[in-house]
Design a protein. Sequence first.
Length: 223
Amino acid sequence: MSAPTGVAALVVAKAPEPGKVKTRLGRDIGMESAARIAAAALLDTLVACRAAVDLGPITRCHISLDGDLDAAVCAEELREALDGWTVHPQVGDDFADRLADAHARLSGPVVQVGMDTPHATPAQLADAAAGLADHDAVLGPAEDGGWWVLALRDPAYAAALVGVPMSTDTTGADTRAALEARGISVGTTATLRDIDTVPDADAAAEAAPGSRFARVWEELRPR
């Protein structure tokens, strides 16, 4: 295969509204604080995607957004950060459906990431895109059994996600199996840790000490 060009970065995210994001973490630090953490994670992810454009082969940025940005924590900063992005609404009965729909709105190769890995670097996003030179898809495993990034040479391949149970400890393996069942070759990139608990947030902040996420977590972390 030839190296991909014109790759889109696609962030699939929720507007950080209190009580609707990071609720598991919110049980330990409060829902308002959890929303602030989610906002910081999303802002760092947007910055990483923008920076990945400078590395190539990513050339444009899209976001599939669920929820009401006007009701979100850090709404003004998020709107500023999204200047120049193409914003799509999320559509679908469940998360797998919404993922497939988000990809279907694009053309050409895509690198899709969520908002749970603010410590993901521009280089890691670019590496996922570069992996499409050898594979139809590239999956970045998460330590909890899920995945944090999915690169696809053809966004239509995301139709394979429909019916795959999300947010389980076998989501990564199930996603790989669903893609391979359709004859899609799947490569692997770096393994990262999603943010669901206090130890998860500690690890992410340690991995990206200069990030907005790390600064906000230092302020809000339970003592």
